[in-house]
Structures are given as C-alpha cells and as structure tokens.
Ligand binder design. Sequence first.
Ligand SMILES: O=C(O)CC1=CCC(=O)O1
Length: 96
Amino acid sequence: MLFHVRMNVKLPASMPAEEAARLKQVEKEYSQRLQREGKWRHIWRIAGQYANVSIFDVDSVEELHTLLTSLPLFPYMQIETMPLCRHPSSVREDDR
Ligand SMILES: O=C(O)CC1=CCC(=O)O1
C-alpha cells in the first residue's frame, strides 16, 4: 500500500541547539533504515520550508501509523497522509 505523506516540522524555539541536532541525527538514521528496507520509498524537501513530501510503501494502515508515530521528530511534526492507488495511465509497473 502506497501513501503520500507530508511532514511539517516545527521545533520549539526553546529547544537547545544540541538537543535539536541530536534529534535530527536520530531521525536521519531512522529514515535511512526505512529507506533501505523499502518502506520509505521517496523523500523530498519542500523548497523553502522545513517540510518534506514522502512516499511510504507499507503492508497496512496500522503499519504506517506505527512508523510515523515512531519518528523521533513526531512530537514536533504536523503530518498529513493520503492513500494512493495505481493510475490507469501509469507506464510504471511498480506503481502499486
Ligand atoms: O527534515 C525533515 O523533513 C524531517 C525528516 C524526516 C526524515 C528525516 O531524515 O528528516
């Protein structure tokens, strides 16, 4: 199951720089592990915003929920999800 996910990140201004840097590093490692596992298919920065657009490939809505709520930056994110299905005009065989 494919999902389009938008993540807007807002760290509190009061968060110490070292804690922000640590959280971002742990987030990066978590994200890159899921990308290597094929669960997190794409991640793109939204130009000019502390936000990303991602494509997740998961087995269930419950799995997506678990992956997203386990993000180290989850407490500081606003997340929007959109379920995707194959477009009849797609020429890409792996679009499912
Ligand atoms: O910087 C972001 O968009 C938040 C984020 C998600 C995965 C990651 O490595 O950073």
